[in-house]
Design a protein around this ligand. Structure first.
Ligand SMILES: [Zn+2]
Length: 494
């Protein structure tokens, strides 16, 4: 981006004063090049372009740290109960027989490009993509991460990424229990690729792409690979994101095979340190099924003391029958709580609305999980987790990552406080403008960098293949129709 000056004017601006967000009414944000130059009431001055957004809110773009980066599987596996979900795991026989990738490298790149474009359309300007293992033969390759980096730069999305890696894959045994199929050499090779990718990003010094370490779930990593991940993270000064405290199977497997709790294993392997990001973190000892009583337990206190970030994905957690216990108590204990989308659609406004509703149900109080706290989670907390105080804030000197959400649709009803209105009355489909690093990447609700209709048609085609492939991996093989019966029986012509 050259040093052009862009003026964005709107009825409301969520400006940042260096301490917190502040609501500015009738404001403008002046962008020069890739950086915010001024925030305040409109003032005369030069502009290469002025965008009048009317009854809209200008906000810092959302920071999504468990960002949907695939055609998604929640629509296939978030409704079918424990037996149905178990059949969607790989069988041990399939793992042993040599798994095959559903897509080739070019198809994987297409899917990811589609997903990254969806993030921008939903107002996400910074993303740490989720790993896409559901259709892979193991985890992700160096080339997968490179392709995603290229797509992100092309579309104009800021990303923190790397190839995912793991030592094992969850499999379903004949007796119906979930276990891990191990191949530690693949984990070692994956970590080597991940390290090489961080170094590759450093050399390229792209403003939009930062390399990070993204191992898969804790129960699929050997102790040794966890330890090496921690060592490499310290050597490279790189962030690590590791899924853990996500489910009861994970707790059972770690207890049975390592004699440890997830937090205990993080501590033993040297990963319980600043720069660790933990998606979900639902099943801590604060959860009632693990004896929690509504107060932060030892796990949560350990996460807080180690300056670990929890990546809360409220919509996805709720869809999988899980909830943080609780958003407020984690924050009160001093845990940095950032947000992720994790499933379709990547809509953090829907996510926040759901998270607030769940928090209120859990506590029985309507003042649980205030709008402002959730909005901080979606912006400044995510930026701080990335060690990027220039993100997640609209203030002079910050990166020009800005979105506008329209509040002028008749279907929004009436407008009160604009932050409460945008969370409760609208969704991220009302994002009309996204700017990343001073570049306009979504204009009038439309993607600038690619043809979304073409991307979507292709994604639909590839999704069909991904869906069918579940049937190959179960034992005995099954037709997708029996794995995913329709919500209603098909019509029988009388
Ligand atoms: Zn996740």
């Amino acid at each position: 981006v050259s040093e052009r000056t862009l003026r964005l004017r709107a009825r409301w601006v969520l400006a940042h004063d260096g301490t917190d967000h502040r609501l500015l009414t009738d404001g403008e944000v002046v962008v020069r090049g890739a950086v915010i130059e001024r925030v305040g009431h409109p003032a005369p001055g030069p502009a290469d372009e002025t965008v009048e957004l009317g009854d809209a809110v200008l906000l810092p773009g959302f920071v999504d740290l468990d960002a949907l980066a695939d055609v998604d599987h929640a629509i296939l596996d978030s409704w079918n109960g424990p037996e149905g979900a178990a059949r969607l795991q790989w069988s041990r026989r399939y793992a042993r027989g040599g798994p095959r990738p559903v897509f080739d490298a070019a198809e994987r790149a297409e899917i990811r490009r589609f997903a990254l474009a969806e993030l921008l359309l939903h107002g996400v300007t910074t993303a740490m993509p989720i790993a896409s293992e559901v259709h892979s033969d193991w985890a992700e390759s160096f080339a997968d991460a490179q392709a995603m980096a290229t797509a992100a730069e092309d579309l104009g999305l800021r990303v923190f990424l790397g190839p995912s890696y793991r030592s094992g894959v969850p499999v379903l045994d004949e007796d119906g229990t979930v276990d891990i199929y191990w191949d530690p050499a693949r984990g070692e090779a994956g970590l080597a690729d991940a390290v090489r990718f961080v170094e590759w990003c450093r050399e390229r010094a792209s403003d939009l792409v930062t390399g990070v370490l993204l191992p898969c779930r804790i129960e699929t990593m050997t102790d040794d690979l966890l330890r090496q991940t921690g060592e490499q993270a310290r050597r490279l000064g790189a962030l690590v994101r590791l899924h853990c405290l996500q489910g009861l199977n994970e707790l059972r497997l770690l207890r049975e095979t390592r004699g440890a709790t997830p937090v205990g294993l993080l501590r033993q392997t040297g990963l319980l340190q600043p720069g660790l990001l933990v998606p979900h973190a639902v099943f801590t000892d604060s959860h009632p099924v693990l004896g929690g009583d509504g107060q932060p337990g030892a796990d949560v206190q350990a996460l807080a003391a180690a300056d670990v970030t929890v990546i809360h994905c409220p919509l996805t957690s709720a869809r999988y029958a899980a909830a943080l216990h609780s958003f407020d108590s984690y924050r009160r204990a001093g845990v940095r709580v950032a947000l992720g989308t994790d499933s379709y659609p990547p809509d953090l406004l829907r996510g926040i609305d759901t998270g607030m509703a769940v928090a209120k149900v859990i506590s029985g109080r309507t003042d649980a999980a205030p709008h402002a706290d959730y909005l901080r989670s979606a912006t400044t907390a995510g930026a701080d987790a990335l060690r990027r105080p220039d993100l997640g804030r609209l203030r002079p000197g910050a990166a020009a990552d800005i979105i506008a959400v329209r509040l002028d649709d008749v279907r929004d009803g009436v407008v009160d406080d604009p932050v409460r209105t945008l969370i409760q009355h609208t969704t991220a489909r009302a994002v009309s403008l996204s700017v990343v690093g001073g570049r306009v990447v979504v204009r009038d609700g439309t993607l600038v960098g690619d043809d979304m209709a073409r991307l979507r048609a292709r994604a639909q085609e590839l999704f069909g293949r991904m869906r069918a492939a579940y049937g190959e991996r179960t034992d005995p093989p099954a037709a997708a129709g029996t794995l995913f019966p329709p919500a209603f029986a098909p019509w029988d012509e009388p």
